[in-house]
Design a protein around this ligand. Structure first.
Ligand code: URA
Length: 440
């Protein structure tokens, strides 16, 4: 077999056989197929797609390229969650302890920020002392004790995805349904949970910009999960506007704790409750409505917050910062951006706001950049809000004084103040289950 012939086939829109997919991924992981040939293949897939059988086969081969984790040492049903990536998306920090407080088991391996989108592992590392690297046994023990553990992905979880993702990131081939679906689901299958809840983001800050594409991606991933014997549900949630008010690592930890203490932003609380309810539904705790009430109760009675603190302590973190936010390191430089006219916020481009947070230091400009945990933004006005000239729209936080000017310019370009109040967009657009799409 020759990679050249496989690229030619895909270039002409032909279907790759199981053996060809296996050859391509094995060869790439073992360094026998070079990056330039794999880049040509990912671009051919970007243009010509793959059929459902090819996507499922690609996912299986990618999952099996590394460790397939056996979670049977953890008692009870395990449920995983994955977001396709967003700005201000801190829902894992909220839903994982809610689900654990209600009796579900969450053994979660999370990723770092990518491009303009944040990553759960970076956020957790903003908590002083929190260890995102645990031995397999420590990971299992933490879930058995606390109901939840969130750690970074181990080096050998779907190594084919690790290599392919890095390549896609620099060859403009991230936003392809077959490539996103196989990337996400290979990691989820390898990570070993019984059930999977997918949060598929849609809108300007998401990889899928339209609702139709987001539903198609969700259906593809649900079919792969169910085909592999894992109960899988997807929610399509809004990412036109950042979720909540805070963007940046310690800022997002604080906002998540506000939700767990019962006084978080409305949009973030609502999306988190719907995600948590669906995770509880997947582990068999009741109907989605009953599960939602359970999730609300876990916030109201403080058990979800206490569960999060317990996990933080078990992983070496200082949970006192979660009760007294002034103990988080503070950014030395701050700036406020004010409205230059009266009106309504009619545009808020989540991707551009995510990029603004990267310039401030909250994300990585290159693979090796260090994150500044205290950097980021707090929005004071969101999409649809009325503003008066001089109102503060956002506060920027950074350790790099020079970044403030660029960040201000970028933020002003990311939003638009108009004359008429726009209609609010839904927070959750649809729910996808096996062979079923419910649009809201
Ligand atoms: N998240 C992933 O893990 N993979 C993708 O391809 C896109 C988002």
């Amino acid at each position: 077999m020759r990679m050249y012939d496989l690229i030619t086939k895909k270039k002409h829109g032909e279907v790759l056989t199981d053996e060809e997919i296996q050859y391509m991924i094995d060869g790439y992981v073992h360094g026998e197929i070079p990056d330039y040939q794999m880049s040509a293949m990912t671009m051919a897939i970007w243009f010509n797609g793959m059929n459902d059988h090819e996507i499922t086969e690609l996912t299986k081969v990618m999952a099996k390229s590394g460790d397939m984790i056996d979670l049977s040492a953890i008692n009870g049903k395990k449920v995983d969650k994955h977001s396709t990536g967003g700005v201000g998306d801190k829902t894992t920090l909220i839903v994982a302890p809610i689900v654990a407080a209600c009796g579900g088991k969450v053994a979660k391996m999370s990723g770092r920020g990518l491009g303009h989108t944040g990553g759960t592992v970076d956020k957790l590392e903003a908590i002083p002392g929190y260890r995102t690297v645990l031995s397999r046994q420590e990971f299992f023990d933490t879930v058995n004790q606390c109901g939840v553990s969130v750690i970074g992905q181990s080096g050998n979880l779907a190594p084919a995805d690790k290599k392919l993702y890095a390549l896609r990131d620099v060859t403009a081939t991230v936003d392809s349904i077959p490539l996103i679906a196989s990337s996400i689901m290979s990691k989820k299958l390898a990570a070993g949970s019984d059930c999977i809840l997918l949060d598929v983001k849609t809108g300007s800050g998401a990889f899928m910009k339209t609702l139709d594409d987001s539903i198609k991606l969700a259906q593809t991933m649900v079919a792969i999960g169910e085909g592999a014997g894992r109960r899988t549900v997807a929610l399509i949630t809004d990412m036109d506007t950042p979720l909540g008010f805070g963007i940046g690592n310690s800022i997002e930890v604080m906002e998540s704790m506000d939700v767990l203490k019962g006084h978080g932003p409305e949009d973030l609380t609502e999306v988190s409750l719907q995600l948590a309810a669906n995770m509880l539904y997947l582990v068999g705790k009741g109907t989605p409505e009953e599960c939602r009430r359970m999730a609300e109760k876990a916030i109201a009675d403080g058990s979800a917050f206490e569960t999060f603190c317990k996990m933080v302590r078990a992983q070496g973190g200082d949970d006192s910062v979660l009760r007294d936010y002034s103990k988080f390191p503070q950014a030395p430089y701050q700036a406020e951006i004010c409205a230059d006219r009266d009106g309504f916020i009619v545009k808020m481009n989540a991707e551009e706001i995510g990029e603004t947070s990267v310039v401030l230091g909250a994300g990585r400009e290159t693979k090796d950049s260090e994150i500044d945990f205290s950097a980021g933004l707090i929005l004071h006005k969101k999409y649809g809000d009325a503003v008066k000239k001089g109102d503060c729209l956002v506060t920027l936080y950074t350790s790099k004084k020079d970044a403030l000017q660029d960040a201000e310019r970028m933020y002003r370009e990311a939003i638009c103040i108009g004359d008429a109040q726009p209609e609010k967009e839904p927070l959750v657009y649809a729910r996808v289950e096996k062979d079923k799409v419910e649009k809201y």
